[in-house]
Write a protein that binds this ligand. Structure first.
Ligand SMILES: [Cu+2]
Length: 341
């Protein structure tokens, strides 16, 4: 049975990952530090205002400087700020650097839903299913306007921007449903742009992967009821069972879209360079610059081929708009190029 434990303690969301625990530690340190200095400064101010108020026959002493006092109020805040910086930097690094064994899921935001595209070819709307205790990296982009992908329980958030890929990663440690919000105002139904993350125990996750019924236990999201209502109203949150693995979908697409006329997959150059082995390596450009081939580079090479022209080739590749290649198809094409080691 799912039980409602969305918030915890002083109103912060549940701590669904170790990064969340780390952020909360820093948060509470800052909070209590602020309380301490607030009491010290405001309390001191009130104390001085009363004790040293203007009185008949009392003349204030004129103090020019006090080196010990000045050194103290310089050194202590400096040390504190450095501690806050180092602490924040450390947690930030943990938050933004996914472990190399992270499982990848592609996310596409659009008015007003989230699509999740898995490596095995599945596409799900508003529901991301992941195994517990496994790092998951999300590669995100938008089909229309700016969105922002926020998982309060994991304390990670990133803008989701048309025309580029951004990432967040998390490792869930609490089973159940976790809420996803869009936190960038994106039009009338922005507040309804909700998704949930289902964190499953390994055995249940295997069932889900095999397309079999599975049971979800653990926490609930605040929008469980909304999802239940949508299902009751006949909206399917079931998978559109596209079970061809993503790289294979990409292979079919480059054939169907005519890319193979100019590009090979075996390392031989045609009118354009081969896809083989380019991912993760450096591409040499006609202007002498070097760029690492990643998702953003490939997507740009397809949408705006003339933005970065590969050395030794003519700028003859036609641009492909979103009407010609959707973001979903783009993800498959990139997965395909990435698979050609
Ligand atoms: Cu949005």
């Amino acid at each position: 049975m799912l039980n409602q434990i969305y918030t915890k303690g002083a109103g912060l969301p549940l701590q669904g990952s170790d990064v969340a625990v780390a952020w909360d530690g820093l948060y509470w340190f800052l909070f209590w530090l602020s309380v301490f200095f607030f009491v010290l400064v405001v309390g001191g101010m009130i104390y001085f205002a009363i004790v040293y108020r203007q009185r008949e026959g009392k003349k204030a002493k004129y103090i020019v400087d006090n080196h010990l006092l000045e050194a103290t109020w310089t050194v202590i805040p400096t040390v504190l700020l450095l501690v806050i910086f180092a602490w924040g930097w450390n947690v930030y690094k943990r938050m933004v650097q996914p472990p190399s064994d992270a499982m990848e899921v592609r996310v596409i935001g659009k008015q007003w839903l989230w699509n999740f595209q898995y490596e095995d070819g599945r596409l799900e709307t508003n529901k991301l299913v992941v195994p517990i205790h496994k790092p998951v990296k999300l590669l995100m982009t938008s089909e229309d306007v700016l969105h922002s992908f926020f998982i309060p329980n994991f304390r990670v958030k990133s803008d989701v921007v048309p025309g580029m890929y951004t990432t967040v990663w998390f490792e869930a440690k609490v089973p159940g449903e976790h809420q996803v919000f869009c936190t960038e105002y994106c039009g009338t139904s922005h507040s309804g742009m909700l998704a949930k993350i289902e964190v499953l125990e390994p055995a249940q996750y295997e069932l889900w992967k095999a397309n079999k019924p599975y049971t979800l236990s653990g926490v609930r999201t605040i929008s469980s009821d909304i999802f239940a209502a949508r299902r009751a109203a006949g909206e399917s949150t079931q998978l559109k069972s596209e079970t061809i693995p993503l790289p294979e979908q990409g292979k079919k697409l480059v054939e169907a879209k005519g890319c193979t006329a100019c590009h090979s997959a075996d390392g031989s150059a045609r009118i354009g360079p081969s896809y083989k082995g380019i991912f993760g390596h450096e591409a040499e450009l006609a202007n002498g610059e070097k760029v690492t081939v990643d998702e953003n580079y490939i997507s740009e090479s397809i949408r705006k081929p003339q933005a970065k022209v590969v050395k030794g080739f003519n700028p003859v590749m036609p641009p492909y708009t979103k009407e010609m290649i959707s973001e979903t198809e783009m993800n498959a094409i990139i997965a395909y190029i990435k698979s050609l080691k």
